[in-house]
Design a protein around this ligand. Structure first.
Ligand code: MTE
Length: 326
C-alpha cells in the first residue's frame, strides 16, 4: 500500500474536511469533557457524571462462537495475526505493534451522526452494550497485498448498529472514520496521507449478515495494533475496507471517498470486492499467502463468501465489471 512521494492530491487537512471531522481527537475529547485532568482526578467527566459510568472497558470475552461461520483452512497463529499488521497511523511497516501500544482506548468516544434522527456521542463500551450480546466468528481475511489470515473475531453484527442509529429514509451509505491524534500516531504527521482514515459501505452492505463490528480477536479484547477498541471486519472485501479504531459513524446519501481511494482511485476503489480474476497493478490476486506459512493458496471470488454477498452486486450499474473488484 506504500505511497511515499507527495502527489497532487496532497492538500491541507482543513481544505479536505470540515472542522468537526479533522479536529484533533484530543481536542475533541477535551471539548466533550473527557480530557480534563481535574475532572478525571475527581472521578468525574462532563456533566458531573461518575467517570466509571462512561469509561469502562468492553466486557464479555470470550464470547460464544457462532458455528454458522466455518473455515476451510487452519486458524492463523495469534502471534502472526497480532504482530504483522497494517495500521498506517503508526507507520507504514507491518511491525507497528509496539508503537500502537501508546494509544489510550478507554474511554473511547464514538459519534453517530449525519442522516439520523438522534445524533449522539457515547463511549465504545456503552455502545457495544446497547448493541446486544457479542459472539465469536471465524472469518477468512484477505489483504490486497496478497497475504491472508483466518482468525476468530469477537463482536456484533454491523446491522445492529444500523438499526440502533435509525438512519433517515434517504441515507444510502455508512461512512466511518478513525481517530486523529498526531501526538500518539506518528504516521499522521505524514501530510501526504489524507488523514483521518476513512472507509464507507452502502447501507445494504452494512446490513449484510457478514459485516461485523469487532471488539476482540482470539477471545480477548482487540490489541491496539488490530484496531482497538472497535473496528470493522468485511471478510468478502480486501482488508483495507476493514477500518480500525473507529470514532465516527456517519449516515449519508453521498458515497464516501475512502482513504486509499483518495490516494489512488485506480488501485483502491470503493467496492474492493475480492476477485481472483481482476489483477492489481502490484500484487497477484489469484493467490494468497496465509500468514505464518510460505505457501500460496487459491483466492476465491468474494473471498469464498459469494453465497452470502453475491446478491448485493447483481444487476448493479457500475462503469465496468472491474469497478466492483477494485
Ligand atoms: N484502518 C486504519 N485506521 N488504518 C490502517 O492503516 N489498514 C487497513 C485495515 N484498516 C488500516 C486500517 C489494511 S490495509 C488492512 S489489510 C487491514 O486493516 C489489516 O488488518 P489487521 O492489521 O488487523 O490484519
Amino acid at each position: 500500500m506504500l505511497l511515499k512521494t507527495k502527489k497532487s492530491w496532497e492538500m491541507p487537512e482543513a481544505a479536505a474536511t470540515p472542522e468537526a471531522v479533522w479536529m484533533n481527537r484530543r481536542d475533541w475529547l477535551k471539548s466533550a469533557g473527557y480530557a480534563g485532568m481535574g475532572m478525571a482526578a475527581a472521578g468525574l467527566v462532563a456533566g458531573g457524571l461518575p467517570r466509571a459510568a462512561l469509561a469502562a472497558p468492553i466486557t464479555g470475552f470470550p464470547a460464544d462462537r457462532n458455528l454458522r461461520y466455518r473455515l476451510d483452512r487452519d486458524v492463523t497463529p495469534e502471534k502472526e495475526a497480532t504482530t504483522y499488521t497494517n495500521f498506517y497511523e503508526f507507520g507504514s511497516s507491518k511491525n507497528i505493534w509496539k508503537a500502537a501500544a501508546k494509544m489510550q482506548t478507554d474511554p473511547w468516544m464514538v459519534m453517530i451522526d449525519g442522516m439520523v434522527d438522534r445524533p449522539m456521542t457515547l463511549d465504545a463500551a456503552d455502545l457495544v452494550k446497547k448493541l446486544g450480546s457479542m459472539e465469536e466468528r471465524l472469518y477468512r481475511f484477505r489483504c490486497v497485498e496478497a497475504w491472508a489470515m483466518a482468525v476468530p473475531w469477537t463482536g456484533v453484527p454491523l446491522a445492529r448498529l444500523v438499526s440502533f442509529a435509525q438512519p433517515k429514509a434517504g441515507a444510502k451509505y455508512l461512512r466511518m472514520e478513525t481517530f486523529l491524534d498526531k501526538e500518539i500516531a506518528p504516521g499522521q504527521a505524514q501530510s501526504w496521507y489524507p488523514w483521518p482514515y476513512v472507509e464507507g459501505v452502502t447501507l445494504d452492505e452494512a446490513r449484510n449478515e457478514l459485516a461485523f463490528l469487532a471488539t476482540g480477536i482470539y477471545g480477548k479484547p482487540l490489541p491496539n495494533q488490530n484496531g482497538a477498541p472497535i473496528r470493522l471486519v468485511l471478510p468478502w472485501k480486501y482488508g483495507f475496507k476493514s477500518i480500525k479504531s473507529i470514532v465516527r459513524f456517519t449516515f449519508t446519501d453521498q458515497r464516501p471517498i475512502s482513504f486509499w481511494e483518495e490516494l489512488n482511485a485506480k488501485e483502491y476503489g470503493f467496492w474492493a470486492n475480492v476477485h481472483p480474476g481482476v489483477p492489481h497493478p502490484r500484487w497477484r490476486q489469484n493467490q494468497e499467502r496465509m500468514l505464518g506459512t510460505s505457501n500460496y493458496i487459491s483466492t476465491q471470488i468474494y473471498n469464498g463468501y459469494e453465497a452470502e454477498v453475491g446478491y448485493l452486486y447483481q444487476n448493479m450499474e457500475t462503469k465496468s465489471y472491474r469497478d466492483l473488484y477494485h
